[in-house]
Design a protein around this ligand. Structure first.
Ligand code: TXA
Ligand code: MG
Length: 330
């Protein structure tokens, strides 16, 4: 695998045009890209990630005329949302154009598409001259990568290249909004906030599981176990979360217990060796969650404990990832 600098976009673009797979930064997480119109190239994404073929892939574009090429129908609402939120962390589900191989959408009639705002992602799509299919650049079920080092940890030797553009700026994936349903439905909360979408679509829905505590049966392609560290993750949501975490540390003295803490929670765990600090606010927690899960895994912990974040703003997306990465304890 080659490690490319942002100045080597043209090399990366050539690899994409030749049917190869290249990891690249977006504002959310690193993606693993291939020419979205080349089924053989897209097949290499599935192989590199060990990703099952029933999990469809988001197509990334750099200009609105590419939207016409990949979607069969572009409703007014899609254009309105594109004006408001693109480039950015919003993925739209639309009817698929026949030009996009059915492998990309896992044979679904619908397609997921977004225009990333990261300058390297934009430059790569433009230089390649084709839309780029890209899931997060991690092994299937592992936490998404927010640095090139995370990509290498999972995929070195399985992909052609990674463009090292430093850490991503949001840290959680895009919001996926299904415009084929009426009213539109958020399938995955993410970087564009529910509050902001409500201003454009007052009756926008959000998939039950993202807000409720109980698990519902997953739809194809929206698999439950995901974003998971190797260690067992417990997320404490009760009012006595800190107490419950302290008790859990005590009860597991014979194990290596890792703690993912907000800066102001640090004082409650003074003698614990395996601590990763997420930062001061929700934004920082979103940015650092996946890096924290990976860092504690690398230190070989058996258990990871964390207090559930506030469930507003980006906290809704954080909660969704935590639910799928571990167990919420109330
Ligand atoms: O921020 C992001 O969205 C990142 C960056 C790289 O753009 N990408 C990303 O891709 O998170 P991935 O593959 O890790 O997650 C995409 C999710 C999957 O859960 C997939 O099932 C869903 O989007 N998805 C993709 N195409 C779909 C479709 N046609 N219908 C419904 N869900 C779809
Ligand atoms: Mg992913």
């Amino acid at each position: 695998m080659q490690i490319l600098s942002p100045a080597e976009i043209e090399t990366a673009a050539q690899i994409i045009r030749a049917g190869g797979v290249v990891a690249f930064p977006t504002e959310t997480v690193y993606g693993l890209g291939a020419n979205a119109l080349d089924a053989k190239a897209v097949e290499r994404i599935f192989a590199a990630k060990n990703r099952p073929h029933n999990d469809p892939i988001i197509v990334h574009i750099a200009a609105l005329d590419q939207l016409q090429a990949v979607a069969a129908v572009v409703p007014d609402l899609a254009n309105q949302l594109a004006t408001q939120f693109w480039p950015g962390a919003l993925t739209l589900i639309l009817k698929r154009s026949n030009k996009v191989p059915s492998l990309v959408t896992a044979k679904l009639p619908n397609l997921a598409v977004r225009m990333p705002s990261h300058p390297i992602a934009q430059a790569l799509i433009r230089a390649a001259g084709v839309p780029i299919a890209a899931p997060s650049a991690n092994l299937f079920t592992r936490p998404s990568p927010t640095t090139a080092a995370h990509v290498m940890e999972d995929l070195a030797d399985r992909i052609d290249a990674v463009i090292d553009g430093g850490a991503t700026t949001i840290g959680l994936e895009s919001t996926i909004l299904d415009l084929t349903q009426s009213p539109p439905m958020i399938l995955r909360p993410g970087g564009v906030l529910l509050e902001d979408l409500r201003r454009v679509i007052p009756d926008v829905q959000i998939r039950e599981r993202a807000l409720a505590m109980d698990e519902i049966a997953p739809a194809p392609g929206m698999l439950e176990k995901h974003y998971a560290p190797r260690a067992t993750l417990f997320v404490f949501a009760g009012d006595d979360a800190i107490d419950a975490m302290q008790r859990t540390v005590e009860k597991n003295r014979q194990k290596k217990v890792g703690l993912l803490l907000m800066n102001d929670e640090r004082e409650h765990f003074t003698h614990q060796p395996y601590i990763f600090l997420l930062g001061d606010d929700l934004q920082a927690a979103a940015l650092n969650l996946f890096a924290g899960l990976r860092a504690l895994d690398q230190r070989g912990v058996d258990l990871i404990l964390m207090r559930a974040p506030q469930r507003t703003g980006i906290g809704i997306a954080l909660w969704d990832r935590l639910q799928r990465a571990g167990t919420i304890i109330t």
